[in-house]
Ligand binder design. Structure first.
Ligand SMILES: CC(C)(COP(=O)(O)OP(=O)(O)OC[C@H]1O[C@@H](n2cnc3c(N)ncnc32)[C@H](O)[C@@H]1OP(=O)(O)O)[C@@H](O)C(=O)NCCC(=O)NCCS
Length: 338
């Protein structure tokens, strides 16, 4: 079954509540209407109800009336969520008045709804920068237990005939967030990427932490970091099939693995590739996408206690639709792991 067919079916079977802070943005409204029409998730739009209904009417979006609409200017809404923000941020110096003002920011309000258990995940970024979307999530939703760093994975959907990964999928991480992870952070990225492989790709993770060295073939501080990250990741999850430090060919080509790392539990069949820095991860996913004619789905933000996903400001309604579906599946996965 194709990736999005499976994700859609799973989302329909376990309906989640997804909050869209950019509630009066036309592409967002179009995607939300389709999600409701297809019975995939419950949609919460943040925005002025009158403006949203007016736009939906003009755009002939007949299902938007079934969405819940939360007005960020409504004092009752601010009264409900501002105390939570104040509690979460008071040690960082926020005042009660500042908490009220920040709660009226839709990106924060959406995260507060998730934190309060009134929504299961958030999708934003059609109008806001990545930094703003992430900052609200970092400050309000925070990370999963045992994880202190949020990272971004891409699902690389390989064309037929390219026999790598599992079911034609490789998961790449981190390609979006952490410029220069320490060894413990790299270990966390590996653990989070394994969860993304399970929750979104639907594959049993086989994780390689990559380097320019395979099992001591080169010596450098950067190699040591990957060796240490591998050790920590093993400690964090001893049951995970995981290995490092490996070069990328030893990770995904069985014959190369046999020669360079004959004892690797991956046997050259890794399906999750963890890069030692954001430079490598970001460059690698873009090159593979272009040179290999590979579809790159993401970034999927991983490591948060509840899912928030960021859109590109150039996104299409179809991208928002798919991101909502992925977010539903992450929410289902995170809850089932609790
Ligand atoms: C999100 C981002 C804006 C944070 O930058 P910042 O505001 O300078 O970050 P700060 O260091 O002030 O951190 C703000 C909060 O986020 C937390 N944080 C920062 N990076 C984090 C991460 N990767 N995971 C978890 N929390 C993180 C900090 O701990 C801090 O929390 P606190 O306020 O409770 O102490 C920055 O990491 C960013 O812009 N990332 C996006 C990178 C990007 O654009 N990538 C390309 C997209 S594909």
């Amino acid at each position: 079954m194709k990736l999005f067919d499976r994700l859609t079916r799973c989302a329909k079977e376990n309906p989640q509540r997804i909050v869209l802070p950019e509630g009066s943005e036309p592409r967002t409204l179009t995607a939300a209407d389709r999600i409701i029409a297809d019975d995939i998730a419950k949609i919460i739009l943040i925005g002025d109800p009158e403006e949203i209904y007016h736009m939906a009417n003009d755009m002939n979006l007949t299902h938007i009336k079934e969405a819940e609409i939360v007005n960020p200017c409504d004092e009752k809404v601010i009264d409900k969520y501002a105390p939570l923000l104040y509690e979460l941020r008071k040690t960082k110096g926020i005042t009660e008045e500042e908490a009220r003002l920040t709660t009226a920011n839709p990106l924060y309000l959406g995260c507060l709804m998730v934190k309060a258990g009134d929504a299961d995940g958030q999708v934003a970024g059609a109008m806001n920068t990545t930094g703003n979307v992430l900052r609200a999530a970092f400050q309000v939703i925070k990370t999963q237990p045992g994880i202190s760093v949020v990272s971004g994975a891409f699902l690389m959907l390989l064309p037929e005939g390219l026999n790598y990964g599992t079911d034609g999928i490789l998961v790449f991480a981190d390609c979006a967030v952490v410029p220069d992870p320490s060894a413990p952070e790299l270990a966390q990225i590996a653990i989070s990427a394994a969860q993304t492989a399970r929750d979104i790709a639907g594959i049993e993770p086989r994780v390689a932490i990559l380097s320019f060295s395979t099992k001591g073939s080169a010596r450098h501080d950067r190699v040591d970091k990957v060796i240490e990250a591998t050790r920590i990741a093993h400690e964090m999850n001893p049951d995970l099939i995981l290995d490092g430090e490996l070069q990328s060919d030893a990770a995904i080509v069985p014959s190369v693995c046999n020669k360079k790392a004959p004892n690797s539990p991956l046997n050259g069949r890794a399906n999750v590739l963890v890069f030692p820095s954001l430079e490598v991860g970001n460059i690698a996913y873009k090159l593979v996408q272009r040179l290999g004619n590979v579809e790159a789905v993401g970034p999927v933000l991983q490591g948060l206690a509840a899912p928030v996903n960021d859109l590109s400001r150039g996104c299409y309604p179809e991208d928002i639709y798919k991101t909502i579906i992925m977010t539903c599946n992450q929410a289902i996965g995170i809850k089932s792991n609790k």
